[in-house]
Design a protein around this ligand. Sequence first.
Ligand code: FAD
Ligand code: DHB
Length: 388
Amino acid sequence: MPIRTQVAIVGAGPAGLVLAQLLHLRGIDSVVIENRSRSYVEQRIRAGVLEHGTTDLLTDAGVGERMHREGMVHNGVELLFDGEGHRIAFDELAGKGIMVYGQHEVVKDLIAARLATGRPLYFEVSDVVVDPAAAVVRFVHDGQPVELRADYIAGCDGFHGVCRPAIADLTVFEREYPFAWLGILAQAAPSSHELIYAYSPRGFALHSMRSPTVTRNYLQVAPDEDLDEWPDERIWSELRARLDRHGGFTLTDGPILEKGVTTMRSFVVEPMQHGRLFLAGDAAHIVPPTGAKGLNLAVADVKVLADALELFYVKGSDSGLAAYSTTCLRRVWRVQHFSWWMTSMLHRSRDGDPFEQQLQLSQLRYVVSSRAAATSLAENYVGLPLPG
Ligand code: FAD
Ligand code: DHB
């Protein structure tokens, strides 16, 4: 069955769904296809920190109402090392804060908005094949083969999708890290008003949250860490040890709702476009999670793409599309640097290299004592302005 649209969007994660909404608001037609079920993508626990520009964009796109009601505005984070906590005050240093609101909640809001437009969003498709030259996407939906013909394809299908492998000549830039994060979501009140990034001799730990009754915590572990070796008591006791400070710290625990290990890598492909296929979000780049940037970078890409497509359909100019990759990559590399820097500063290497540890401590002391250094962290963390 052939169908026709202006933009075929592969993947209903944050990148694909935000793009679909931005295009809808600009009167541009799209079809979104997703290989998972609606409930799977709505329950996939991932990011939790939204940059200021991301919240503005979601608000302007008409999908910010629940986020403003249920999300938590944070005006700083704490860096904890040598038993002392040091606050980085985003509002004072960068003039804005961040929003703590789960990625799966953003995804739920975007799916509801998409369905309300009446424009197509197909879940549980299979056998997806993209043709970047012809802008054709073939897939199976409800047992029927479908041929989707478009002007352009947006490859928003994440790191393991089919769009990036459909491009032959890509330059890959990559770095793997010798550690991973064990993340938990727990039914427990947060033990701090703001996020805590802890550098400890036992390894990195992060105390975060999702609501006044749900906390999210991460521990640096080995990349091949076996989750079976981490019963709940061990996780809580390790978090307590790493988050401890002079004067003590009380960590509230509770039933663990979700547990998983995430490996960490930096990854970029250049260019982010080939023929009529444009890659956006994790399909084109991955950052280690320490700077809380992945979702935000995905949103920045699709803002550039939506503006470029609007220029094409409204003014007949393809200059925005031609510049897409270059425009996006400037921000991608800034964010890559920030995420690599935060990761390198806060994690202990397994061999316990004492020289590296002194450099990390020196960097941490500098960041919390120099207004210039703290401002640099703050403005990158809350997010540099979105292009356009
Ligand atoms: P994805 O969310 O991966 O979406 C891609 C979609 O495409 C998926 O729904 C997938 O099912 C679908 N798909 C795949 N293949 C196909 C196919 N063949 N056909 C159709 N559909 C397909 N980022 C932050 O900004 N802040 C944070 O605090 C943060 N913390 C994180 C913590 C963890 C533990 C993890 C794992 C990630 C974190 N990230 C964070 C990163 C963030 O989650 C990702 O960068 C973000 O999901 C990227 O969005 P995306 O839409 O590009 O890709
Ligand atoms: C969260 C994840 C991150 O990667 C981060 O840097 C801060 C918070 C979170 O899931 O809450």
